[in-house]
Design a protein around this ligand. Sequence first.
Ligand SMILES: Cc1cc2nc3c(=O)[nH]c(=O)nc-3n(C[C@H](O)[C@H](O)[C@H](O)COP(=O)(O)OP(=O)(O)OC[C@H]3O[C@@H](n4cnc5c(N)ncnc54)[C@H](O)[C@@H]3O)c2cc1C
Length: 225
Amino acid sequence: MNVVLIRHTYDPDDLAALAARVCYSSQSVNEIDMDGDQKEKLIKRVVKSGHHSVLEHVSFTYALEGLSRVATHQLVRHRLASYSQQSHRYTTIKENSFVIPPSITENKEALAVYKDALKKSMELYSRLIDMGIKKEDARFVIPQGVSSNIVVTMNARELLHFFTLRCCIRAQWEIRDASVEMLRLAKDKAPVIFENAGPACVRGRCPEEKPCDNIPQIREFFKTL
Ligand SMILES: Cc1cc2nc3c(=O)[nH]c(=O)nc-3n(C[C@H](O)[C@H](O)[C@H](O)COP(=O)(O)OP(=O)(O)OC[C@H]3O[C@@H](n4cnc5c(N)ncnc54)[C@H](O)[C@@H]3O)c2cc1C
């Protein structure tokens, strides 16, 4: 999997601070003057207080490459985002276009079973195409592990929500790996907005009925991300 930050709003922390300042100021936007410290304090206040609409002015566009359909299906459940996904109606699925979960890679016997299933389904896919069946129908025999590329745009408010759900240890490993990398890239460009981003336990109590045993390590990990 490859996660690329393609574009983002210019100076995201600065824009969020400006939008927040407008809410509390009678000055024209061109007259507003804040130093770095004031901007940082304001964004932190806004993020902590839940006044998150000001974060909607900031957006990030990523390309996620080589993600399985399992993971992209979970990704597109997030409705406050825009997506463009590689189509298996128009592109041909190749033998090497599959994600292999680490649990299977690490188990020799399971890996043989998995590879056998992929080989068989690819044979059936090719046979159907040779019979004149369109790719859009032939792909029905392809397993969910097939990978694709997807471009996603989310604003910073949705990203904070997305990171809360998908950076959590309870999220499936592939979408979690993708979201942790997305957070790392976003934090590099907007360190104040995303300072405390990540699973809920990074900011306080874990909301799960049975919290995991790794909360101190998880907090440490996201602090240093
Ligand atoms: C660990 C985990 C396990 C999951 N398991 C399952 C599962 O077994 N089955 C399953 O179907 N899904 C499952 N999901 C997906 C989950 O139910 C959500 O569909 C997905 O995480 C998208 O999140 P969301 O709905 O909060 O927010 P988004 O779509 O990202 O929207 C953000 C927020 O906007 C608001 N919002 C958006 N649309 C509406 C609306 N129509 N009405 C009111 N408010 C809205 C909500 O406050 C929402 O939280 C799982 C998710 C996780 C993280």
